[in-house]
Ligand binder design. Structure first.
Ligand code: WT7
Length: 657
């Protein structure tokens, strides 16, 4: 049983400005060593070439390591050929590790678990690849994937990679409308979905959203449907195909198609500062190299002995890089869990760690804070002694949650790696190496070997230690995004124009006196709610698409559990009527946002106001609205076109809506 510290101990730890050096016994066995820093500093490109050749199998070796002649469009490992699915499956089987468990799948309903060895997973992926080819999906064609957290998600992604068809995974929590726009933007040919999945003890339908998303004019010719819950589905003869029937009937033989290092591996849509989601493009060689390397050196994966678990959903980049491509390319054994941490009880995660003897656990700060709220007695009921590395991702982790994570989950001894990266960076960029770094709770610490980042001021000059500014990446890296699907201008404009020739991440950060990086959060109109990225503008567009709304402004307000929460201010249309005020309207608008984008985007709070604070040029001053949403004294209003607007809004706040 975990030795749980008292509240006093936790408090005392928090007050101490401690740093936690690695345990020498850990360093002794660690994959990530301090020599990596020396090698990368000596010759960065040679370092990456070595990682690519040692960690990845290429069917044709590459020549030039990096072609940056058309910056910011990079080419890594030029001329090389490989297949990502081959690297994730075949090569492990060929090396005699076919009997190693690849996935310990744990379904949400208790007792619903299945293991897949590498050989079994490969056999399924080969057949699924043949099914896709049979549906006319060729190299370069896009496939949309809209699935719950079940093994078929992994199989579907790898089947696409195997035939060189880029996948576009859409998180199962997104609405039909959001799915439709992503399918349309990528011009996907096939959608892979399921009848439903289990969520909080109940089957929850997925297929109806797909039916809706592909109705009318569409590029989609077929829908492959995994049977997960056996709930009733509408069936469209000629278009819909059961996955299990097609896979069972498929030829078991299939050769992975070697693709160019720069062949698109996937698109993943993420929120930006405008209303339209961006299809972030990742290619094969550089991406696979960096996810494989980082998963090994940051999570310290020893594939022969570790049981790894990343609690993310495959619908987000964390799932792509650290459930599918990184761990499988490393040949690791991992847990894949379908459900929520509290189904059927609040100790479910810890029970899974105990049962599967998980050694490495990677999750998000919002989940840790939720577990803190539920209390340390819950994890204390389970044996968590198998854990030896803990990871955090998605948003800044506050020192209090960091300490709790280490003391209560990690028995006060496990290293915690706080990993900063983004959908766009493809893989981890800033993190401790658990065998090298003296850990500082709350800091993501330093760029990993091979990566170069900085914190700069408005002019792009390094701020130096002890100062804050903007986080940038000043050298190209293998898993960098190669563009925004169909929009090269937006790619240049969004990431490469703020500071000349360097990548602007959109985050604010500070460097402490020792040079450690503390990521402070987004400096643009992007919010981070429970580690999910949402755009203020996208939610504003959803709100104004409602007939009763004339104008809307959305801000991310601080929230103790979710990091940020969505707060909306709306002006109603003149004809919305008096009756439109009140709770019914707020519910209606929240549901409308859920329908347009997905339940994750529902505002926590919607406030009906008469005016919005705007500058003379008409720009909404979100900073002032954030002051209201966070119950603060409202800041400087002198640049407002009408400075009395804020008084009106505040008066309105006092009467409940
Ligand atoms: C944004 C990227 C990284 C995969 C999941 C999210 C924030 C991410 C950290 C961290 C502080 C973090 C940043 C970043 N973020 N990790 N360790 N510390 N902030 O990917 O949806 O593309 O979001 O998440 O603000 O820009 P994403």
């Amino acid at each position: 049983m975990a030795d749980v510290p008292s509240e006093e101990t936790l408090d005392a730890l928090l007050k101490e400005d401690r740093s936690f050096p690695p345990d020498p016994a850990f360093t002794e066995q660690a994959v990530g060593t301090k020599e990596l820093f020396e090698q990368a500093d000596a010759d960065r490109e040679a370092f990456w070439a070595q990682q690519a050749r040692e960690r990845i199998s290429w069917s044709k070796d590459f020549g030039q390591v990096l072609d940056w002649s058309e910056a910011p469009f990079a080419k890594w490992f030029v001329g090389g050929e490989l297949n990502a699915a081959y690297n994730c499956l075949d090569r492990h089987v060929e090396a005699g590790n076919g009997d190693r468990v690849a996935l310990h799948f744990v379904g949400e309903p208790e007792g619903d678990s299945r293991d897949y060895t590498y050989a079994e997973l490969l056999a399924e992926v080969k057949k699924a690849a043949n099914v896709l080819t049979g549906l006319g999906v060729g190299k370069g064609d896009r496939v949309a994937i809209y699935l719950p957290m079940i093994p078929e998600s992994v199989m579907a992604m790898l089947a696409c990679a195997r035939i060189g068809a880029p996948h576009s995974v859409v998180f199962g929590g997104f609405s039909a409308d959001a799915l439709r726009s992503r399918i349309a933007d990528a011009e996907a040919k096939v959608v892979i979905t399921a009848d439903g999945g289990y969520r909080r003890g109940k089957p929850s339908a997925l297929k109806p959203a797909v039916d809706d998303a592909v109705s009318g004019e569409t590029t989609v010719t077929n829908v492959l449907v995994v049977q997960r819950t056996k709930q009733d589905v509408d069936w469209h003869e000629g278009r819909d195909i059961w996955w299990h029937e097609a896979v069972a009937a498929a030829d078991p033989e299939n050769e992975a198609v070697p693709v160019d290092s720069e062949h698109p591996l996937f698109l993943l849509y993420t929120s930006g500062t405008t209303g339209k989601p961006k299809g972030i493009l990742h290619t094969t060689g550089g991406y696979l190299t960096q996810v494989t390397y980082t998963n090994a050196v940051v999570h310290d994966v020893h594939p022969e002995t570790d049981v790894y678990w990343c609690s993310a959903d495959v619908g987000w980049v964390t799932g792509h890089s650290y459930i599918v491509y990184g761990p499988l390319s490393n040949g690791a054994t991992q847990v894949l869990y379908e459900g929520t941490p509290d189904t059927p009880h609040k100790g479910r995660w810890w029970e899974i760690i105990q049962d599967k003897k998980v050694t490495i656990f990677y999750t998000a700060p919002t989940a840790i804070r939720t577990c803190m709220k539920w209390g340390k007695d819950i994890p204390a009921k389970f044996d968590l002694s198998s854990l030896r590395v803990l990871g955090s991702v998605g948003e800044p982790i506050n020192p209090e949650a960091w300490i709790w994570y280490r003391e209560v989950i990690g028995a006060g001894t496990t290293p915690i790696v706080d990993t900063w990266w983004q959908t766009e960076t493809g893989a981890i960029m800033i993190s401790a190496l658990p065998g090298v770094t003296a850990l500082k709770p709350g800091s993501a610490q330093a760029a990993i070997p091979g990566i170069s980042v900085d914190v700069v001021d408005e002019q792009g000059n390094s701020v130096g230690n002890g100062h804050g500014g903007y986080l940038i990446v000043d050298k190209p890296w293998p898993s960098m995004l190669r563009g925004i699907w169909g929009d090269p201008e937006r790619f240049k404009e969004t990431y490469w124009s703020r500071f000349d020739g360097v990548y602007f991440a959109g985050d604010g950060a500070k460097r402490d006196d020792e040079g450690n990086i503390w990521v402070l959060g987004r400096v643009d109109d992007v919010m981070n709610v429970s580690g999910h990225r949402l755009s203020t503008t996208e939610i504003e567009s959803a709100l104004v698409s409602h007939p009763k709304v004339a104008e809307a402004a959305v801000v991310g307000a601080m929230d103790a559990t979710t990091g940020q929460a969505v707060c909306a201010f709306v002006i109603l249309r003149g004809d919305a009527g008096e009756s439109a005020e009140g709770e019914d309207l707020v519910t209606e608008l929240r549901n409308h946002v859920a329908k347009e984008i997905g339940p994750i985007a529902k505002p926590r709070q919607i406030m009906v106001v008469a005016e919005l604070p705007k500058t003379r040029s008409g720009k909404i001053m979100r900073r002032l609205l954030r002051d209201v949403a966070e119950n603060r004294e409202v800041g400087d209003v002198t640049t407002l076109a009408d400075s009395s607007v804020m008084d009106l809004i505040k008066q309105g706040m006092d009467k409940p809506t």
